[in-house]
Design a protein around this ligand. Structure first.
Ligand SMILES: NC(=O)c1ccc[n+]([C@@H]2O[C@H](COP(=O)([O-])OP(=O)(O)OC[C@H]3O[C@@H](n4cnc5c(N)ncnc54)[C@H](OP(=O)(O)O)[C@@H]3O)[C@@H](O)[C@H]2O)c1
Length: 247
């Protein structure tokens, strides 16, 4: 813990949407929250609004961005107790039409970035014998989604990552879990629907609860997983999806 006795949390992609909801919830609950995103204006606005301990403007698809983000956070916070890998990009496209730059960018953001950040933060977590890592996956990585194979592939890999690292890190008091949301009310989801072959009404009809998840529902689950009460919860891939995972 830091001198102020508050846990330090780094959340990727946290100026809006799910990341912002998590940042807001944890900040209100007395965590030191560090946020990051590309758009500086949004970032500053969110940092003020949620009283973040710090913010970093960064594009996590760029080379060395993980190292930079890690070093900048450490220089400001001293230590990272909790890592939330949230930043991610969705692409709706038939497989044969996916472009080479899309493959590189989405694998970099959705796969390489979380892996590298985990690699950086675990050293200190192991020394401190405490840590929490949460990946924001997707229901598309659990049940599959036609015309979203690239996205689905990048999210499905968290399942193996979470189980393997949970085994490796359990003895150090570090837990790792993945939350797989269904459709969530965010800009990403709105853009995904706009770029798909389905209307919002048709998307809603496909969801058992006939509704999108609210970002705060994801944040509430994160709040539990980072708490002391959840110290026994590790290696889990939890779907929070309004019933979509039922098939
Ligand atoms: N919304 C859904 O229905 C849904 C469902 C399942 C899973 N998810 C997953 O949940 C996570 C968050 O999604 P969301 O819906 O909250 O998205 P969102 O509303 O689009 O927010 C994404 C956040 O990430 C930042 N970001 C995006 N690309 C970035 C990059 N290259 N480098 C740094 N920051 C970046 C954005 O800020 P800037 O644009 O300023 O960088 C923003 O703060 C993603 O991993 C997504 O795959 C979402």
């Amino acid at each position: 813990m830091t001198q102020t006795n508050k846990r330090n949390v780094l959340i990727t992609g946290s100026s809006k949407g799910i990341g912002k909801a998590i940042a807001s919830k944890l900040s209100k609950n007395n965590y030191n929250v560090y946020i990051c995103a590309r758009n500086l204006e949004n970032l500053k606005k969110t940092a003020r609004e949620i009283q973040a301990a710090g913010y970093f403007q960064i594009d996590l698809t760029q080379q060395d961005s993980c190292k930079t983000l890690y070093e900048e956070t450490i220089s400001k916070a001293g230590n990272i107790d909790i890592l939330i890998n949230n930043a991610g990009e969705y692409l709706y496209s038939p497989v044969e039409k996916v472009q080479e730059p899309d493959i590189q960018r989405i694998i970099k953001l959705n796969v390489e970035t979380p892996y590298k950040l985990i690699k950086y933060v675990t050293e200190n977590m192991k020394k401190n014998k405490w840590g929490r890592i949460i990946n924001i996956g997707s229901i598309s990585g659990v049940v599959g989604e036609a015309n979203a194979s690239l996205y689905s592939m990048t999210k499905a890999c968290y399942i193996g990552l979470t189980k393997s690292l949970a085994l490796e890190l359990a003895e150090y008091g570090i837990t790792i879990n993945t939350i797989n949301p269904g459709w969530v009310e965010t800009e990403l989801a709105q853009n995904a629907v706009d770029n798909s072959d389905f209307s919002m009404r048709e998307e809603l009809d496909m969801i058992p609860q006939k509704r999108f998840i609210h970002p705060d529902e994801i944040a509430s689950l994160v709040e539990y997983i980072v708490s002391e009460n959840a110290k026994g919860m590790t290696a889990q891939n939890v779907s929070l999806c309004a019933g979509l995972s039922a098939g």
